[in-house]
Write a protein that binds this ligand. Structure first.
Ligand code: MG
Ligand code: ZN
Length: 374
């Protein structure tokens, strides 16, 4: 009798310990789904990044990556893409037509990575220095047949259930043709909305910052360190999150410098981007379960770092300035050059090689799939 009792006791104890082990494993499974930070430098090709190595004062943070690849940025119809098709390829995993926001080539809305990860219990964030309805951020939460449909895109943001939003574009929420005030709609949904300044976020709520009527200032002289501050605010917010998170951050104005063939602005914007990149890499090094992927949607301006010549001609020829280079441009538009991709964190090695822009979506999803149950 005693023997049988001991046997049953052993069975019960075994069951209890294996159950609690299972629970522990379950807990660990949730904790191991990787955080994903996706940083896009609009218009940032290899020459743009190279300026950090020739014109910058400090060592570039790009040197801190070991896993580097390239993507081909072309859209489905044309070799030279735009920011809408470029961001949409990252967001939905399909190449599409220029101007498309989160829709396929036949204009049908497709689930984006943010929506997919929300269903997998992720928190989400979108940060930009342009209007939040701009093509790059919009591709991550909206579905529109044309990028210029700012007011429709704003409507998507109200229902997108994003936990932290920082950007401009206030007018598409409160000065609309349909007379609706979407800022009130956001407040009704429980959002903390700040339309004036980058105040401290409420960690227990969802927060939206709409800090300009349209875009924030495109020049550092007026914008100051707003990009770094917005990035820090987002990192502080998600650092408190018990859930994993997906955060998209856009540095928007390298593209503008390219369109304007403005060398001085380009160098400044890459410097600003590099500084923010440093903040992100420091964060990822402290939080190793975070994948950071940095790339651009396309290059802008056909920028190159060529030999520098004196402006004046001597005997019909311009004289070379020895060992000096200058940033020159061969286009006012986007180009088709391959775009560097930098990755750090779990699954970073998947981003080595040369692939299509929409493959980045599939790589992000597969890093999630591979790590979520580890
Ligand atoms: Mg953009
Ligand atoms: Zn552009």
């Amino acid at each position: 009798m005693k023997c049988i009792f001991i046997f049953w006791l052993a069975v019960v104890l075994f069951t209890i310990t294996s159950c609690s082990k299972l629970k522990e494993k379950d807990k660990f499974a949730k904790a191991s789904a990787p955080n994903i930070i996706f940083l896009i430098g609009d218009g940032m090709g290899l020459s743009q990044i190279s300026t950090a190595y020739y014109f910058g004062d400090e060592k570039s943070n790009f040197s801190r990556f070991r896993n580097i690849g390239f993507h081909r940025s072309s859209d489905l119809k044309y070799k030279v893409t735009d920011s809408a098709a470029g961001a949409t390829a990252f967001a939905i995993g399909q190449k599409t037509y220029r101007r498309a926001i989160g829709v396929s080539i036949d204009s049908i809305p497709q689930e984006n990575i943010l929506e997919f990860l929300q269903k997998e219990n992720y928190k989400t964030g979108v940060v930009t220095m342009t209007s939040i309805t701009g093509a790059t951020p919009a591709a991550f939460y909206a579905h529109a047949v044309h990028r210029d449909m700012n007011e429709d895109i704003a409507t998507y943001l109200v229902d997108a259930d994003i936990d932290l939003v920082i950007g401009g574009g206030r007018q598409y929420f409160n000065k609309r043709k349909d007379g609706k005030n979407l800022i009130l709609s956001l407040i009704e949904k429980g959002y903390l909305v700040d339309t004036l300044e980058l105040s401290k976020p409420d960690f227990n709520r969802q927060n939206v910052y709409l800090l300009a009527d349209d875009n924030m200032p495109s020049r550092i002289a007026e914008r100051g360190d707003m990009f770094a501050k917005a990035t820090r605010t987002a990192l502080d917010y998600f650092e408190q999150s018990p859930k994993p998170y997906f955060l998209m951050i856009e540095g928007a104005f390298i593209d503008w410098a390219g369109h304007g063939n403005d060398a001085e602005m380009l160098v400044e914007e890459v410097e600003d981007f590099d500084k923010t990149l440093g903040i992100l890499i420091d964060f990822v090094e402290k939080h190793p379960n975070t994948l950071l992927v940095v790339t651009a949607d396309h290059e802008t301006g056909g920028a190159s770092l060529a030999k520098k010549y004196h402006d004046t001609e001597v005997f019909g020829r311009k004289k070379l300035i020895p060992d000096e280079i200058e940033l020159s441009f061969n286009s006012k538009e986007h180009t088709a050059t391959l775009i560097p991709v930098f990755a750090k964190g779990p699954g970073a090695e998947d981003f080595q090689g040369i692939y299509e822009n929409n493959d980045i979506y599939h790589k992000l999803i597969s890093v999630y799939q591979a790590n979520k149950n580890k």
